[in-house]
Design a protein around this ligand. Structure first.
Ligand SMILES: [Zn+2]
Length: 157
């Protein structure tokens, strides 16, 4: 659900061209909660995302730019307090950065299109990848499978 009442001209579920904006430009077009996580590398309170236990079939998109990130088939209950996936939708949908903040050596995940901070990836996930993508629900937009198909068909016509 995109609760964005500000105008976001870069948001698109179909345009895969890279988005590069200055920080003040992001601040203008993103709601405060998304800006805080996506651009300031914030972290939402564990257990606060409605997506954490969502089981609906569909696709998760970057809430900052609309880039497709994960499909519900790769989502699992990790118990960590954040929506968790074991695999991104494609190799290029996510960018990986070493993160040494807070005295921990972690791998940060960013949106492959707009470099929004999403969360981190850990190597204690389930098969087949053994990875756990621990993602802030605030920076995710979810579209149910049927709704996404309908949008796709409408776009094509
Ligand atoms: Zn993005």
């Amino acid at each position: 659900m995109n609760t964005n009442d500000k105008k976001n001209p870069v948001y698109s579920n179909t345009d895969s061209s890279k988005v590069t904006l200055r920080d003040d430009e992001w601040r203008k077009i993103l709601p405060d909660d998304i800006y805080y996580i996506a651009r300031q590398k914030g972290t939402e309170r564990p257990g606060s995302s409605a997506f954490e236990h969502l089981k609906d079939k569909g696709t998760y998109y970057c809430a900052a730019c609309g880039n497709a990130l994960f499909v519900s088939d790769t989502k699992f209950d990790s118990g960590c307090g954040w929506p968790s996936f074991y695999q991104p939708i494609s190799k290029t949908s996510i960018i990986y950065k070493t993160d040494n903040a807070h005295g921990m050596k972690r791998t940060e995940t960013q949106c492959g299109r707009c470099k929004a901070h999403l969360g981190h990836v850990f190597d204690d996930g389930p098969p087949p990848t053994g990875l756990r993508y621990c993602i802030n629900g605030v920076v995710l937009d979810f579209r149910k499978a049927k709704e996404a198909e309908k949008n796709y068909t409408e776009k094509k016509e």
